[in-house]
Design a binder for this molecule. Structure first.
Ligand code: CDP
Ligand code: MG
Length: 752
């Protein structure tokens, strides 16, 4: 026993040490990244998140691209870009050599599937070719991207190539950010934006061509768009659809679109040598760190691209590498750069910049660098074999980001990044056996692993009555559809027969999670739509509070001053109100450790929500100053499914699932003298414990009033009552499912 214990302890100590080292280095890395922070700008925007480039950073982005072109580097492609103008660069891309054949193919076919190596020019060139061919005479050319960052950065690049201002002929549109104008003929957008546009414009009449880019990613919205597009194409014989895919699973797209031709852009790639690990590493950060340093110390020049899981591990890796490199004797200069979607835009563009002469660049990235972004000069790839995937667990009705092994297709894509400009090497930090025996051949499409409430609501309003019969390329699990229907029913968006309710119809109009849209609608009835619009906007932007590494206490104290003890949501509202009161001053933000950028973004989002509310004739009303109880009630109306009851100090349990839910130390409710009996929360995050994020205290009566299908008012003492309630809930779910089945039968009967 005790030997084992000692060993265990030792193991724990080792892990603890590693964690410490990681934490320390992550701190070093991030302060390094923000280092030399220029006063007001310092600390701003490092949570810019998915919202990426603002106008300033957009031009920074363009600048850095120009700098790259002007400066060149030691690798072939950049040497090339050093001496060539943009139009010459365009002619050098693989897609250029097949331009005319490709355009003929598109003229002759309504749908064309295009494959080609990453970097062959699909994303940046196709739209321009189509424009040159005159397709924009009849409508816009739309190009969808699964990622916001890609939509923005590619639009910036194409605007530069076309020689226009971003937002003129070339623009982009992502949720809550539309940089297009009357003039725009080439529009990059997220797939979600086009899907929403199909609500207004079911035949997509404003487009002459749609390019569905990065289709191999099989994002949820891309998959839904496939089904929608297939119908639109039937009605509009003049519309052209181009589906591009980096990998070779194009056959599936071809079949889905009734045998559309596949046009392969001949690649220009160099051989990549593969090296597998001999054993499975204990820790992928540690393994990656060692490999990076080994490459750096022993192998010929050439930049390194490392595929890591997520932000935390990326920062840790960067930090540890930098630290250890400092300690190594005779270590040549190494520039270590992180890359993930939450990274501020100006730091993202750094990966495209040329390192100084004799300096090796090492980029540590999420799978965003797999196909969406192309960095020149990579010779070595280090693949941990993992990525973070959003996985939906229908049992607890929750999406969670999970570290998951990548598929063979991803691994091969990663490997390919080493051979773009010269022969390269790919180091896989897993065994050859793991590759063949443990990895899936290709990814499970998002549609089969995430919550579908949003999609279901959208399809319902597109008139798709029976989701079980919608033309999905890969249908989602029936359970997930039923669960989503159930969630929508609980929120009052659909009725017992699965038809949209008037509230549901309004909810679709908001580009928000159904629960947040519901909050806005209920708020009107409660007379606090003004406040709720702010709460929802604040929830839609990345991190509001700024907590610099060396000033934790000071910033925590500043944050606590904003606390509204009953609610994290109201705390956010409070921050926004105070910011307004201080004339939106950036200096006020710096002083109070809040991100000015996040607040400005919230204000933009709020303006857009107010627009939609106006269109929907939702009256804007504010409650009396500080009388915010009704706001909590509105919050309760959309999150009562996440109701939790107190169990101990800071400890709650979800009333429907029985899952433990703890107050997070950063919550306004944490460390209060009293803890409310009932709370609702936005989401549960699993780290060392199950933590509730964004919590609001609610009254028991509200739960009974707003969630009558789950809760009822009872006298004291009630274990039996609760289980009765749960039984009732199970019954409701069953009957709901039966009705959905029934509906399917009905539809089938009708079809006969
Ligand atoms: O879509 P695909 O991977 O086929 O290629 P692309 O994204 O159109 O990239 C074509 C070329 O443009 C590559 O050499 C990229 O490095 C370059 N590019 C760039 O310099 N800046 C961007 N924001 C996007 C692409
Ligand atoms: Mg591309």
């Amino acid at each position: 026993g005790s030997d084992k214990e000692a060993a265990l302890l030792e193991g724990e100590a080792a892990v603890a040490k590693l964690r410490e080292e990681r934490a320390a280095s992550a701190a070093a890395a991030s302060s390094g990244a923000n280092g030399g922070g220029d006063g007001a700008g310092a600390g701003e925007g490092d949570q810019e998140g998915g919202d990426g480039f603002n106008f300033k950073s957009k031009s920074q982005f363009a600048d850095s691209m120009r700098a790259k072109a002007a400066a060149g580097s030691t690798t072939g492609a950049s040497e090339f870009s050093k001496t060539k103008t943009i139009s010459e660069q365009r002619k050098f891309l693989p897609v250029f050599r097949v331009r005319d054949d490709l355009m003929r193919c598109i003229a002759d076919n309504q749908v064309v599937v295009i494959t080609g190596e990453t970097g062959s020019g699909k994303t940046t060139q196709l739209t321009q070719y189509l424009r040159e061919e005159g397709y924009t005479k009849f409508g816009r050319i739309g190009c969808t991207q699964p990622r916001r960052v890609a939509a923005m950065s590619v639009a910036a690049r194409v605007a530069e190539e076309v020689g226009c201002r971003l937002g003129d002929e070339v623009g982009y549109s992502i949720r809550f950010e539309d940089v297009t104008s009357e003039k725009t003929v080439i529009k990059y957008m997220t797939d979600g934006v086009l899907l929403r546009e199909s609500l207004r414009d079911p035949d997509l009449d404003s487009y002459s061509c749609v390019v569905m880019d990065e289709a191999h990613e099989r994002s949820l919205n891309t998959d839904v768009l496939f089904g929608v597009m297939r119908e639109v194409l039937k009605r509009r014989s003049d519309l052209r659809l181009i589906v591009t895919s980096a990998t070779l699973d194009s056959k599936k797209f071809q079949d889905f679109f009734g045998g559309a031709p596949i046009f392969a852009i001949p690649g220009r790639t160099f051989p990549v040598r593969l090296e597998y690990a001999r054993s499975v590493p204990d820790d992928h950060v540690d393994a990656a760190v060692r490999k990076i340093l080994q490459i750096h110390m022993t192998m010929p020049p050439g930049d390194i691209l490392v595929f890591m899981t997520g932000q935390e591990d990326i920062e840790a890796t960067c930090g540890i590498v930098a630290q250890r490199a400092l300690k190594l004797e005779d270590c040549p200069p190494l520039l270590v750069l992180p890359m993930y979607s939450q990274l501020p835009a100006d730091l993202q563009t750094k990966i495209f910049e040329r390192a100084d002469e004799g300096v090796r660049k090492c980029i540590v990235s999420t799978n965003i660098a797999e196909t969406s972004l192309t960095v020149d000069g990579i010779v070595y790839v280090v693949d941990t074999g993992f990525c973070k995937l959003k996985v939906y667990n229908p049992k607890i009705g929750m999406d969670a980001l999970q570290v998951t092994p990548v598929s063979q297709a991803n691994a091969n894509q990663r490997k390919g990044r080493a051979g773009r400009t010269q022969p390269g090497v790919c180091f896989r930090l897993y065994t050859e056996r793991a590759f063949y025996d443990e990895m899936l051949v290709s990814n499970i499409p998002e549609i089969q692993r995430t919550n579908l409430s949003n999609v279901v609501l959208l399809l319902k309003s597109l008139g798709v009555d029976s989701l079980l019969d919608f033309a999905f390329m890969d249908p989602p699990p029936q359970d997930t559809i039923l669960e989503s229907l159930y969630q929508l029913w609980v929120l009052g968006a659909i009725d017992n027969l699965g038809a949209l309710t008037p509230d549901g119809r309004k909810m679709v109009e908001f580009p928000l999670e159904p629960s947040l849209a519901k909050m806005v609608i209920v708020a009107e009835k409660l007379g606090c739509s003004d406040e709720v619009a702010t709460v929802v906007s604040m929830l839609s932007v990345p991190q509001v509070f700024y907590r610099p590494k060396d000033r934790e206490e000071e910033s925590d104290a500043a944050r606590e001053k904003f606390f509204v003890p009953e609610s994290d949501h109201l705390t956010l509202l409070n921050v926004y109100k105070q910011w307004e009161r201080h004339a939106h001053a950036a200096s006020w933000c710096t002083e109070h450790f809040v991100h000015a950028k996040a607040l400005r973004k919230a204000r933009e989002v709020r303006e857009q929500l107010l627009d939609i509310m106006r269109q929907q004739h939702i009256v804007l009303t504010a409650c009396a100053d500080g009388a915010w109880d009704v706001v909590r009630k509105a919050i309760c109306s959309s999150y009562f499914v996440n109701a939790a009851k107190i169990k101990g100090i800071g400890e709650y349990v979800n009333m429907l699932t029985g899952i433990a839910a703890n107050l997070h130390p950063s919550s306004s409710l944490f460390g209060l003298g009293y803890t409310p009996d009932y709370v609702v929360y936005n989401e549960l995050v699993l780290t060392s414990k199950e933590y509730m994020m964004c919590v609001t205290a609610v009254d028991g009566e509200w739960l009974a009033e707003l969630g009558p299908m789950f809760f009822e008012l009872r006298a004291q003492g009630a274990e039996g009552g609760r289980s009765a309630k749960r039984m009732r809930e199970a019954r409701e779910l069953e009957s709901m499912k039966r009705e959905a089945e029934f509906q399917k039968e009905l539809d089938q009967a009708r079809a006969l």
